[in-house]
Design a protein around this ligand. Structure first.
Ligand SMILES: *[C@@H]1O[C@H](CO)[C@@H](O)[C@H](O)[C@H]1NC(C)=O
Ligand SMILES: *[C@@H]1O[C@H](CO)[C@@H](O)[C@H](O)[C@H]1NC(C)=O
Ligand SMILES: *[C@@H]1O[C@H](CO)[C@@H](O)[C@H](O)[C@H]1NC(C)=O
Ligand SMILES: *[C@@H]1O[C@H](CO)[C@@H](O)[C@H](O)[C@H]1NC(C)=O
Ligand SMILES: *[C@@H]1O[C@H](CO)[C@@H](O)[C@H](O)[C@H]1NC(C)=O
Ligand SMILES: *[C@@H]1O[C@H](CO)[C@@H](O)[C@H](O)[C@H]1NC(C)=O
Length: 273
């Protein structure tokens, strides 16, 4: 019991870190120099998992670790148009929400969307490539005990209509920490999630908390080079490249789901090179 309470205390601390701004972090982590990813674990006792953890993220979604799962498990996503705030979190640009944004249902469990943010280049490696950017949609169970992060990978190309909704506001984020952006519509990222990878890993920023359920969507999306530039512009030089290096799998497996019209089909080999 005491053990369990202890575990919950740690979990809520990590969640606090996850849900509030960068002000929470008293220690300074960076992506370069002495406070870079290789040393995150020694910057604070609460960051220990960053160096000791055995189930860390991000990872390479590599063929030898992928198990094709033939069960049909579509992820039901149900996001609503919600008032949102664009936030410069110092180490990445994100969007926070005022009210309920909606939820996803994974294996019968309900996770509510709390915030989203971008990394560039991508943190996860898929189809044999590090892509140009990665969106993380951070979801929590109602009791805040479990985290599911849904990741969307991007390559440069046509503008992403989701980002286009508030792209002009990104320019102002160089001067302000937060900007209200009114209602944003999720229709654009509410699409099909019939092709995806799942595995259990960690937060990719300190405190690198483990037990995070990852869902990486199989469909590569595009964003324009202007959009990518705008997402990086407000960040200081040491955070413009804000992808943590790939972590060891340590025997973990990645499950891949690939369905068309409710039926499992064999994914093209490109997906599990
Ligand atoms: C973090 O960085 C700021 C500014 O460089 C510095 O004032 C502060 O002492 C640093 N905090 C820690 C815990 O290293
Ligand atoms: C968004 O905020 C505006 C101004 O505060 C308010 O009028 C509007 O009803 C809000 N919309 C939603 C969907 O909450
Ligand atoms: C998920 O939980 C929210 C409350 O957080 C609730 O409004 C919603 O109906 C639930 N959805 C499902 C599919 O259970
Ligand atoms: C949280 O997730 C873990 C691993 O996915 C699972 O074992 C546990 O039962 C979950 N707890 C809750 C409250 O959903
Ligand atoms: C998202 O998709 C779900 C299921 O397809 C649908 O019920 C919902 O209305 C969609 N929401 C938006 C904002 O498009
Ligand atoms: C992987 O490759 C397939 C086939 O070319 C493509 O449809 C898919 O979008 C790619 N996904 C990622 C995440 O790179």
């Amino acid at each position: 019991m005491a053990m369990m309470r202890f575990h919950l205390a740690i979990t809520s601390m990590a969640l606090l870190a996850l849900c509030t701004s960068a002000d929470y972090f008293s220690a300074n982590f960076s992506y370069t120099g002495p406070n870079g990813p290789a040393n995150w674990g020694s910057l604070s006792p609460s960051f220990a998992a960053c160096s000791n953890g055995k189930a860390q993220s991000p990872v390479d979604l590599i063929k030898s670790d992928i198990v094709i799962n033939k069960q049909f498990k579509n992820i039901a996503r149900n996001y609503l148009p919600t008032n949102a705030t664009l936030v410069n979190n110092k180490f990445h640009i994100g969007v926070h929400f005022e009210g309920k944004v909606g939820d996803i249902n994974v294996n019968g469990k309900n996770y509510s969307l709390k915030q989203l943010h971008w990394h560039s280049p991508s943190e996860h490696k898929a189809n044999g490539s590090i892509h140009d950017a990665e969106l993380h949609l951070v979801h929590l169970t109602q009791d805040l005990s479990n985290i599911t992060v849904m990741a969307v990978l991007y390559k440069l190309g046509d503008p992403d209509p989701f980002i286009s909704q508030f792209q002009d506001k990104l320019v102002e984020l160089g001067k302000k920490k937060e900007i209200a952006i009114g209602t944003i519509d999720f229709e654009e990222i509410n699409g099909s999630s019939r092709r995806y990878y799942t595995y259990v890993g960690s937060l990719t920023t300190p405190p690198c908390k483990e037990g995070v359920n990852w869902i990486i969507l199989g469909k590569l999306r595009t964003l324009s080079s202007e959009q990518l530039k705008l997402l990086k512009a407000p960040l200081k030089p040491e955070f413009k490249h804000n992808a943590r290096p790939l972590q060891q799998m340590n025997g973990r497996k990645i499950e891949m789901y690939y369905h068309l019209h409710g039926t499992h089909v064999t994914p093209p080999s490109k997906y599990h090179k």
